[in-house]
Design a protein around this ligand. Structure first.
Ligand code: FMN
Length: 346
């Protein structure tokens, strides 16, 4: 079955992308994702700040259950859990890193997959320079992450969450000037007007939008009366899905369909991937489920997607993209209901 999707200049063999995380920080992780069928792998982010790399040495990770208690990593309910963590950036020399990514990208090509370089920004000019070096090294796709949920916690701007339209313009413009290869811009929804940020990214030459980054959080442990992990951290879970789909569907409805949207934040199953597609995403970046369940989830989700397409008699993914978003009505367009009481009164 043809599960391929077109993302502008990039064709993916299926809509499943292994998102940037500690899992994609090693050659073994990247290879494993490629081997089980991921259409692309976004490598762990780098930037110019030694402080951002140092942060990885203080990174820590827990799963929180539905009552916000820490639950074991291998818990049977892990897919329903939230991943609460600090993270940092890859601790590598850029030259060595790029050599490794290019070798892995060459390997990916043999499996009709791709490895993209990723930059979680600190400064705008250094980000553009790193992007330039990524292209010069031979990478075929760059993701510029402007959405880092750890931005406020990071020492001295070591990673930044970019929320103003002027700053988005500046980061994208400088990077676009440096590279010709496809450039994806990952945005946060924690801004006054996320759609404005998306429009500006496109105006400045983004080839793809990645929507949306995770959010910062805080969780007291009621027994110790201290914060879980001892600090603020970033969080995501299945509960993030509707909020991510909100911005994906709004971007689908308001931004040219020439600009592919990649969904991220909240997909924990093939059904969730379908929900992203129906909202207007052409592909989905998965991180937490890869960290909790390992790379076999790619093969599992692909098999489930195929079953769905057969059951629904859908020959091409294109037919599904944005279908639910197109059917959504504004509140003003809704018909008046002949109401016989409210649900909680029945
Ligand atoms: C431990 C961890 C590390 C991450 N590191 C990065 C990173 O370096 N760069 C980046 O752009 N996103 C990073 N992310 C965000 C993921 O790429 C992804 O967008 C996010 O987790 C939402 O997807 P999910 O719901 O499938 O986890 C990280 C996420 C996690 C959980």
């Amino acid at each position: 079955m043809d599960l391929s999707v077109q993302l502008g200049r990039i064709q993916l063999k299926n809509p499943l992308i292994c998102a940037s995380s500690e899992f994609t920080m090693t050659a073994a992780g990247i290879r494993a994702a490629i081997d089980v069928g991921a259409a692309a792998v976004i490598a762990k982010s780098v930037n110019e700040s030694p402080e951002a790399a140092r942060q990885l040495s203080t990174a820590d990770y827990v799963l929180l259950d539905q009552n916000w208690h820490v639950t074991p990593w291998g818990s049977p309910n892990r897919r329903q859990a939230s991943l609460f963590c600090r993270s940092g950036l890859a601790q590598v020399q850029l030259d060595d890193w790029l050599k490794m990514l290019c070798e892995l990208d060459a390997y990916a090509t043999t499996k009709n997959s791709m490895v993209a370089g990723s930059i979680t920004v600190a400064g705008a000019e250094p980000a553009a320079e790193i992007a330039h070096r990524m292209e010069a090294a031979g990478l075929r796709w760059i993701e510029l992450n402007l959405s880092a949920p750890h931005g406020r916690e990071a020492a001295g701007g070591a990673v930044r969450q970019i929320t103003s339209s002027e700053a988005v313009r500046d980061y994208v413009r400088r990077t676009r000037r440096e590279v010709k290869i496809p450039l994806a811009i990952k945005l946060t929804a924690q801004a006054d007007d996320p759609l404005l940020l998306a429009r500006i990214a496109v105006e400045e030459g983004a080839d793809m939008l990645v929507l949306t980054g995770r959010v910062p959080g805080f969780m007291p442990d009621i027994e110790t009366q201290k914060p879980v992990l001892g600090s603020w951290a970033a969080i995501g879970g299945g509960w993030s899905l509707p909020a991510s789909l909100y911005w994906v569907s709004k971007a689908w409805r308001s931004i040219s369909h020439e600009v592919p949207i990649i969904g991220t934040n909240g997909a924990r199953s093939a059904e969730d991937v379908l929900r992203f597609l129906l909202s207007g995403a052409r592909a989905v970046e998965l991180a937490s489920i890869v960290l909790t369940d390992g790379p076999p989830i790619f093969a599992e989700m692909l098999a489930e997607l195929e079953r769905y397409f057969r059951r629904k008699n859908i020959s091409r993914i294109e037919h599904l993209i944005g279908k639910a978003a197109d059917a959504a009505l504004t509140y003003g367009e809704l018909p008046v209901l002949a109401r016989e009481g409210y649900p909680w009164e029945r």
